[in-house]
Design a protein around this ligand. Structure first.
Ligand code: BES
Ligand code: MN
Ligand code: ZN
Length: 493
């Protein structure tokens, strides 16, 4: 689908690629390994080039030296690590992405000297792959091979250890890339049934995949979810993914994703401007799918379930109307005063279903839920709402570590009051004020007592995201790395 960057590992030896990459801290001194591979003249070359380019080895800064004198490679890239006193703040995935961006085309060897741990090398490889990702499926003229980055080889002290570490990181990169592909696909291609079909491919990795169709959902009483899809000729689906890598008796961790394959707003239709972005309104479901791929791919010792609700929100003669009252699977009645507040209607039923069926250890839902969270946090943080301080703190910490950051927002009785309905148990919308908080208050109705729960509003982070070291922009695959690390650090074994 998307062009894939090849990664390999070798011992120090010859720098046999078009581009060589070395990393230096602010002393600008190349490592022994780099000098060994590229020759005695390297130190002087770097010092001169640094002076000419005003390069001080700053963290994530780069210089590119074409036709480097005395070297066999066509180009030498020097990447800054910053001062060694800040060594523990280095994000090796971002450094890997920085290398890939500077290499740009062809093949490269990156000298990962002895000071870099094999886990850090694996993180660099992941970062390089994420930087190189682009979605060019619908470009009839593909870029020439010579115009793309095709292969990166890491020269390391211990190739076996590096390969072993990359075995853990590679599936995470695969998961992020799958999530990006799903978000990037247009809605005429990726409608609920097609999405479900693509999830089916995870069964190759040992994930048990069940697809529920509208008949099944009706039997389960998921009227809230079905109401959203009733204006579309495309059938709604719920997909359940199970990865049983843990002990048989252990309750699973559960991840729930909003999968609105296109959100027109329904009868409460959205303005035309920017509506094309609503092909990405399944970013939560894409993240859950990518995460399940990562967990299975690296054989994670954990029991995990992913449940995604796939629908299309369209205006139509059969569509739901403002004022309609629906009964959710939980038995709660919902007055739908705005058909554009549809994501919470989908989540209400799949959250309930996941708890009833799996009695999970905790439940994290992800949804491109509100424009209001973008106003509050932009694209730097996802909004986090939680009934559990431990889980919230764990996510805050892994968020800082992965760069997929979360900012805790309030759950409070004031917001509960705002969604009281005159005619039903709750309203599905309370208008613009505190829009993300009232959305979370709505979801809280569908969390059972005793279920530790986190809601992540990823409207600002999953799509329309900026270019970074790890992404060319728009679909980010946000959350796959975050939740993989949450599981890895706290819920395995
Ligand atoms: N999918 C949208 C939220 C969204 C907006 C995501 C922009 C990404 C970018 C969601 O279904 C929605 O329409 N929310 C409404 C809720 C309102 C009607 C209470 C919103 O945020 O305006
Ligand atoms: Mn909407
Ligand atoms: Zn939506």
């Amino acid at each position: 689908m998307a062009s894939q960057l090849k990664i390999d590992f070798k011992s120090f030896g010859k720098a046999d690629a078009a581009t060589a990459v070395i990393l230096v801290s602010d002393d600008l001194e190349p490592s022994n390994a780099a000098v060994g591979m590229l020759g005695q003249g390297l130190s002087e070359l770097v010092r001169k080039a640094a002076k000419a380019e005003n390069f001080s080895g700053k963290y994530l800064a780069t210089i590119v030296i074409p036709a480097p004198m005395g070297l066999e490679t066509e180009r030498l890239v020097v990447v800054g690590l910053g001062p060694d006193k800040d060594a523990d703040k280095r994000d090796w995935a971002r450094l890997g992405g920085t290398c890939a961006a500077a290499i740009k085309t062809g093949t490269a060897v990156i000298v990962a000297d002895e000071a870099i741990s094999m886990d850090d090398v694996a993180a660099m490889a992941l970062g390089a792959r994420l930087n190189a990702y682009k979605f060019d499926r619908y470009k009839s003229k593909k870029k020439d091979k010579s115009e793309t980055l095709s292969k990166v080889v890491f020269a390391v002290a211990d190739t076996d250890a590096a390969k072993k570490a990359y075995k853990q990181a590679e599936p995470v990169a695969d998961g992020v890339i799958l999530a990006r592909d799903l978000v990037n696909e247009p809605a005429n291609v990726l409608f609920p049934e097609e999405f479900a079909k693509r999830v089916g491919a995870l069964s190759k990795l040992g994930v048990a995949v069940e697809v529920l169709d509208e008949k099944d959902l009706d039997k389960l009483g998921m009227r809230s979810l079905l109401a959203v899809g009733q204006g579309s000729p495309r059938q709604s689906h719920v997909v359940v993914m199970r990865w049983d890598g843990g002990k048989e008796k252990d309750a699973p961790v559960a991840f729930i994703g909003k999968g609105v394959c296109f959100d027109t707003g329904g009868i409460s239709i959205k303005p035309a401007q920017g509506m094309e972005d609503m092909k990405g309104d399944m970013g939560g479901a894409a993240c859950v799918t990518g995460l399940m791929m990562a967990l299975a791919g690296r054989n994670a010792p954990v029991n995990a379930v992913g449940v995604i609700g796939l629908v299309e929100n369209m205006p139509d003669g059969k569509a739901q109307r403002p004022g309609d009252i629906v009964t959710a699977m939980s038995g709660a009645t919902i007055e739908v005063i705005n058909t554009d507040a549809e994501g919470r209607l989908v989540l209400a039923d799949i959250m309930w279903y996941a708890q009833e069926r799996f009695k999970p250890r905790f439940m994290v839902d992800l949804a491109t839920l509100t424009g209001a969270i973008m106003v509050a946090l932009g694209s730097a943080y996802s909004g986090m709402f939680s009934n559990d301080d431990t889980l919230a703190q764990q996510l805050t910490t892994v968020g800082e570590a992965t760069g997929e950051k979360v900012w805790r927002m309030p759950l409070a009785s004031e917001y509960d009051k705002m969604i009281e309905s005159k005619f039903a148990d709750i309203l599905n919308s309370a208008g613009r004020m505190g829009g993300s908080c009232t959305a979370a208050a709505f979801l809280k109705h569908f969390v059972k007592d005793g279920t530790p729960w986190v809601h992540l509003d990823i409207a600002g982070t999953a799509m329309g995201s900026p270019k970074t070291e790890l992404s060319q922009g728009w679909a980010s695959g946000w959350g796959v790395r975050l939740l993989d690390k949450l599981v890895r650090d706290h819920y395995e074994g």
